[in-house]
Design a protein around this ligand. Structure first.
Ligand SMILES: Cc1cc2nc3c(=O)[nH]c(=O)nc-3n(C[C@H](O)[C@H](O)[C@H](O)COP(=O)(O)O)c2cc1C
Length: 211
């Protein structure tokens, strides 16, 4: 058996108190995100996305947050992937950011919808030709024989005459509309700060949770 005790650590770098948080959780998110970005954290926009289909079994994977609008968080993926099938069965989902260097975690829960087509087109066209080709050839989450056919298809597409790829209808954005945020700041002796925002009748209610 491996014991994890040696990894125990005290959190004492920062604190989070109600007067120092914004009324609107999107403002608070932006503040913490800017701090994470300025802290040399690699890929601060990497977030865990948890989904569950009708069978209720939760699944989780990392995706990249690509856009924040004033009511939601946008990421891009394949609309036939495992996550997409689950989202089509049950659009409730959760996001999680963990920025170890700042001793911070942010949990977000809400409902997911497909992003609008213009958002997906714009983002697709902002990617490199190689990334576009990669998302065109990958039947994400399907079982494949090996890498070879994938690489052949990728190469053939790049070598083709097509200069400007069209976004395939099976690839695009999703937007998560939060109804709950929790900002967690590690503190000494496990007395961590947890500030939750929950949407109640269109208004954000801010409250503190026990650690
Ligand atoms: C750092 C990192 C970033 C990733 N970003 C994305 C992403 O933005 N979109 C995506 O579809 N998959 C991304 N992935 C891959 C997913 O974790 C996952 O393997 C893939 O989306 C298939 O998940 P699914 O089978 O549950 O649909 C990323 C993985 C890592 C480790």
């Amino acid at each position: 058996m491996t014991f994890m005790k040696q990894f125990r650590k005290e959190f004492k770098r920062f604190s989070l108190s109600e007067p120092n948080t914004y009324i609107n959780p999107f403002d608070q998110f932006n503040k913490w995100f800017q701090e994470a970005a300025g802290f040399n954290i690699s890929e601060p926009n990497a977030m865990a996305l948890a989904t569950a289909g009708v069978n209720g079994m939760p699944t989780i994977r990392i995706v990249l947050l690509k856009e924040i609008e004033n009511d939601g968080f946008i990421f891009f993926t394949n609309y036939n992937s495992r996550k997409a099938k689950q989202i089509s069965e049950n659009n409730q989902a959760a996001l999680l950011f963990f920025w170890e260097a700042l001793e911070r975690q942010i949990r977000i829960e809400g409902m997911i919808e497909k992003a609008n087509e213009i958002t997906s087109d714009d983002y697709f066209h902002s990617r490199t030709r190689e990334s576009q080709a990669g998302s065109i050839v990958s039947k994400q989450s399907e079982i494949i024989e090996g890498r070879e056919s994938l690489e052949d298809e990728f190469k053939n597409l790049l070598d083709s005459e097509i200069q400007q790829f069209k976004r395939p209808e099976y690839w695009g954005g999703y937007k998560l509309y939060p109804k709950l945020f929790e900002f967690w700041q590690g503190r000494e002796h496990r007395l961590h700060d947890r500030i939750q925002y929950r949407l109640d009748d269109g208004k954000w209610i801010r409250e503190r949770l026990a650690p």
